[in-house]
Design a protein around this ligand. Structure first.
Ligand SMILES: [Cu+2]
Length: 566
């Protein structure tokens, strides 16, 4: 158990700027580095979708800020959008930034077990981001073989079009994976070894467990894909034929290797988002989390089951129909634990004294929007109906109703909730709510039209619809225009968020140590916490959510408050 004293007690004198902010091993600083890098990458992810959606709505136009979009540009833009939003936004913000910032504070210790490995994990992540950005500026531009990088396209045509961008993309993804493996090692060992005195396994806040389970799922699923990436790199650069049928290889092998990772990856980012929502719902309903142990076992069960559904992405790739049936069953099965977690939220809210703060609005929106994603997944999980929906915009709308709630609604919920702790300032609630409503309304106007065009057979990966008169008829193009305009509105409202974020960071009202009256340990530390976190290590006497306990005074009973002596 590490001993923690503030600042100088950390066995070193006060640090200079470089050591403190760029070369730091402090988990909070590393958390911020991941957060700000993820926020920057989100700008890239947002810009790319703006450009290609403008092309879809107004084919052939010169897009303001980009110019005319060629078919080649279109493929690179879509590939970059998908890769960036999942690997360089959702993962770094939900897992690395929050995991790093929160875990030592929420379990009551001074830092991660391996601070230097932690610093290395961020440095590798930063290099992976720079490698990806470099690929935008090399000959041929960024990789355009889709974020799923299916061969033979990714090893042949797409590679030939972007002979530098393609391998750079692969290297960037591989580096990023190594960064997250190192991060995961730290999260798991720290939670297992550095909990505050008295903190038992079931006293650990659920968001911490979700990040630990997500790290284990990531570690267990990434190996085959890294091997596949090396094989693909060889097919691209040294002429092997692992995925080339004319040379005895099999392109569907890549699909299995990719989705053996890809689908568990969904839960790697979903579980932390689910944890964030659980923290916020208990605080702003002043109620104990309904069935803490059930949620924990369900999360573990979901993590395990997530390894048995991947081939639902290959229902029309020519796999054995009997195998398709098995994967239909496992896929429909996995909706049960996820639905159960949503029911737990509803049970927690029931009868609570609800405060609709901005973080709470985001948490509630997560439930509603993600539910739409979950329900529409049923149509795709059943191999019969998936034959019709596969590769249509119904699929695009479905996974944006899962990923946007995870990556953005989850992140906005977390940032607005922990901002006072992170920066010692309060965000502006009014602007927070303007950002919330603008984003949520615009989001639904983007993807509901795409469900409709998808259900009418509108296919993905079409660059210019004027070549397909059938797909221009009966309001289809109008729907695309509506979706694009709604996207522009959504992006505009993100400016409100950024202004509120940076203005409040500098000029916001000073935050109290515990403005939300939450029970968890991070609120015991000062706002913002000093280096080393706690002048005195807290001792834990109970679980994190004892808001409605009879002994709780004013619905508030922090984990480190000693029990009243009789
Ligand atoms: Cu899947």
């Amino acid at each position: 158990m590490s001993s923690a004293t503030a600042d100088a007690g950390h066995g070193h004198h006060d640090q200079g700027f470089i050591k403190k902010y760029l070369w730091s091993t402090d988990h909070k600083v590393i958390g911020f580095q991941y957060l700000f890098t993820g926020m920057f990458m989100a700008l890239i992810g947002g810009f790319t979708v703006y450009v290609f959606r403008m092309q879809l709505a107004f084919p052939g136009m010169s897009v303001p800020g980009f110019g005319r979009v060629t078919a080649h540009d279109y493929n690179s833009l879509v590939t970059t959008h998908g890769s960036v939003m999942i690997f360089w936004v959702a993962m770094p913000v939900l897992i690395a930034a929050l995991g790093n910032y929160l875990i030592p504070l929420m379990i009551g210790c001074d830092d991660m077990v391996f601070p230097r490995i932690n610093r290395l994990s961020y440095q590798l992540f930063l290099v992976s981001s720079l490698v990806l950005i470099t690929s935008f500026f090399v000959d041929g531009g960024a990789f355009g073989g889709a974020w799923t990088a299916y061969p033979p396209l990714s090893a042949k045509a797409a590679y030939n079009l972007t002979p530098h961008g393609a391998p750079l993309w692969l290297v960037a993804v591989a580096l990023e994976f190594v960064a997250f493996l190192l991060g995961g090692i730290n999260f798991i060992t720290t939670v297992m070894n550095s909990r505050a005195p008295g903190m038992k396994m079931f006293d650990v806040p659920i968001v911490v467990w979700m990040i630990v389970i997500a790290s284990i799922v990531f570690m267990a699923s990434v190996g085959p894909l890294v091997a596949g990436a090396v094989m693909l790199l060889f097919d691209q650069t040294v002429g092997t034929g692992f995925f080339d049928p004319s040379r005895g290889g099999d392109p569907v092998l890549w699909q299995h290797l990719f989705w053996f990772f890809g689908h568990p990856e969904v839960y790697v980012v979903l579980l932390p988002a689910m944890g964030i929502v659980a923290e916020i719902i208990t605080v702003f309903s002043r109620k104990k989390l309904f069935a803490y142990k059930t949620v924990l076992y369900t999360a573990i069960g979901t993590g395990v089951l997530s390894f048995f559904v991947w081939a639902h992405h290959q229902f029309v790739a020519g796999i054995d129909p009997r195998m398709a049936n098995i994967f239909s069953v496992t896929t429909l099965l996995i909706s049960i634990p996820v639905a159960e977690m949503v029911f737990v939220y509803i049970a927690t809210l029931y009868g609570g004294s609800i405060r609709l703060t901005t973080p709470m609005l985001w948490a509630l929106a997560f439930i509603g929007e993600f539910l739409i994603g979950g329900v529409t997944g049923i149509f795709l999980g059943a191999s019969g109906s998936d034959i019709y929906f596969h590769d249509t915009y119904f699929v695009v709308a479905h996974f944006h109703y899962t990923f946007f709630p995870i990556a953005f609604i989850g992140s906005f919920a977390a940032i607005t909730y922990w901002f006072p702790k992170m920066f010692g300032k309060m965000l502006n609630e009014t602007w927070g709510k303007v950002h919330f409503w603008g984003t949520i309304i615009a989001f639904n106007f983007i993807f509901i039209p795409l469900f409709l065009t998808g259900a009418r057979g509108d296919h993905r990966r079409i660059y210019d619809y004027t070549h397909f008169p059938d797909l221009m008829k009966a309001g289809m193009q109008e729907m695309r225009v509506l979706a694009t305009l709604a996207l522009v509105v959504l992006l505009a409202f993100q400016v409100v968020f950024l202004v509120n974020f940076f203005y409040s960071l500098v000029k916001g009202k000073k935050a109290e140590q515990n403005p939300w009256k939450a029970n968890t340990l991070e609120w015991v530390a000062a706002s913002p916490p000093p280096h080393g976190n706690f002048p005195e290590l807290p001792t834990v006497y109970r679980g994190p959510y004892e808001y409605s306990h009879p002994e709780a005074k004013d619905d508030y009973w922090p984990q480190n408050q000693p029990p009243q002596t009789a």
